[in-house]
Ligand binder design. Structure first.
Ligand code: SAH
Ligand code: SF4
Ligand code: F3S
Length: 440
């Protein structure tokens, strides 16, 4: 057996892809390993979304190089993911010891690329964009956890002016319904109780002419599948059948990550988000009418070029009004090749970080309030992984909260009824109400 170490950064799609890379390399005798000590192949599965993410790749590569020098059997090194796609040959210039660069649409070709690299005849690079081939050429997962990812859509045609994703992941592509159903059924038969449908613009799904709402309704008929989630969606693609699915499909969890980025119409326009704040609020209201207990989360960017204090106040107001259960927030990072990087009115770093601090404080306040409102309530949680202490397990609430349970090791992978006894900023604690797990 050969040892394969994959280190992933960035979004859930990368973590899903990492599983697929391991699956496609298994027939070549590669077994995944948690550490890179003694590895035969190291793959850095990279993210290009912000400058910091890209910089991390080169510092990580330095560490891999040192490890390689220590080993009797020097490992092969591959850079995969969005930095691979965006920087291509440049990576070999900055880090000539890298053997392979492979873009996110080419993972089905990894066996070939790795064999070629093993012959040590020079750098190997594969950056083509045949999205359908990627999915067709990847095997089904051998094992799964109770909560699994399933990519249904990849790529993006939206071209927000700050974002590299349309360049690194290519044009929007929706997988055929039958392929998705096959993968979903296979995951459920191997123990998955929850599926998170993934896509860079997941609700723009239009495979075989189906809407995303239709796809969700269809997947909900799979026996043994208990929970369905999806991410990331775009406000412009919250179509009617998806909104009504939130009302009519009990397996669809009451949680929606719908990034708004900014609370200012002026900034939204410069970002090319293609909607106004009023439209976003209206969409949120329609979803909440469909599913009154739904929780929302969002992504925010502060300090986009030209953002004034008044624009930023607009963002703060959206957070005050919606009261997100959770939110990610970032200081704007100019990315090479994107239009906004060349806008003249860039916001100074000090202003960005000061605004980011204010926004994050408000978000945390809302998050804490959301968690506290669950105190004393009963809910079903899916028990996923071990906690820090003996016997402690961590489950997931319908609203994506981490819930700590004591003496629950035997319940891993089950959905159990609990009562919430403690609420904190980032988690809840609970006791079991119904110890007879609701086994599917
Ligand atoms: N497809 C998703 C987001 C993908 S990127 C969507 O449309 O919402 C994840 C998040 O990273 C984005 O929502 C945005 O908030 C942030 N992001 C993207 N580009 C960025 C940049 N140049 N600087 C700072 N944050 C950025
Ligand atoms: Fe990036 Fe915008 Fe596409 Fe999301 S919708 S991936 S932010 S370009
Ligand atoms: Fe990063 Fe690529 Fe995902 S840039 S956020 S890994 S799509």
């Amino acid at each position: 057996m050969k040892k394969l170490h994959i280190k992933s950064y960035g979004c859930q799609m990368n973590f899903y892809d990492a599983g697929k890379m391991a699956d496609v390399l298994r027939p070549l005798g590669y077994e995944t390993s948690e550490t890179m000590d003694g590895a035969d192949l190291v793959i850095l599965n990279t993210c290009h979304i912000r400058e910091k993410a890209t910089d991390k790749v080169y510092s990580e590569l330095g560490k891999v190089k040192m490890q390689r020098q220590k080993q009797e059997n020097p490992m092969l090194i591959a850079v995969a993911g969005c930095v691979g796609q965006a920087e291509g040959e440049e990576i070999f210039k900055r880090a000539p010891y890298v053997d392979m660069v492979v873009g996110p649409q080419s993972y089905h070709t990894l066996p070939e690329i790795v064999s070629k690299a093993a012959r040590k005849t020079g750098h190997v690079i594969e950056l083509d964009f045949p999205a359908n081939e990627k999915f067709d050429g990847l095997p089904q997962a051998e094992k799964t956890s109770a909560s699994a990812f399933l990519a249904v859509q990849e790529g993006c045609d939206k071209f927000c002016t700050f974002c590299v994703v349309p360049y690194t992941r290519g044009a929007e592509y929706s997988r055929p319904v039958a392929d998705i159903v096959r993968e979903a059924t296979s995951l459920v038969s191997k123990g998955a109780k929850e599926l998170t449908l993934l896509g860079q613009n997941v609700n723009a799904y239009h495979g075989d002419g189906w809407t995303f709402g239709q796809l969700i309704r269809h997947l909900a008929t799979i026996d043994g599948l208990e929970r369905i989630r999806y991410t990331t969606s775009h406000p412009r693609d919250m179509e009617e059948s998806l909104i009504t699915a939130h009302a009519e499909v009990p397996k669809l969890m009451p949680y929606l990550h719908l990034p708004v980025q900014s609370g200012s119409d002026r900034v939204l326009k410069m970002m090319n988000r293609k909607h106004t704040i009023a439209e976003y609020m209206k969409t949120m209201e329609r979803v909440r009418n469909a599913r009154p207990d739904i929780a929302f989360s969002s992504d925010f960017i502060v300090g986009f070029p030209g953002e004034t204090e008044a624009d930023f106040e607009g963002t703060m107001n959206v957070v005050r009004e919606i009261g997100y259960a959770y939110a990610y927030s970032f200081a704007y990072s100019p990315r090479p090749g994107t239009p906004a990087a060349t806008f003249d009115n860039q916001v100074p770093e000090e202003v960005k970080s000061e605004r980011l601090q204010r926004l994050q404080a408000l978000i945390l306040e809302k998050q804490q309030a959301f968690n506290e409102a669950k105190l004393g309530q009963e809910m079903d949680i899916l028990i996923e992984r071990k906690g820090k202490f003996a016997g402690q397990m961590i489950g997931k609430s319908p609203w994506m909260q981490s819930v700590y349970l004591e003496n629950a090791t035997h319940l891993k992978g089950q959905i159990v009824r609990v009562k919430i006894t403690g609420a904190y900023t980032n988690s809840l604690s609970a006791i079991i109400v119904d110890s007879f797990a609701r086994v599917a």
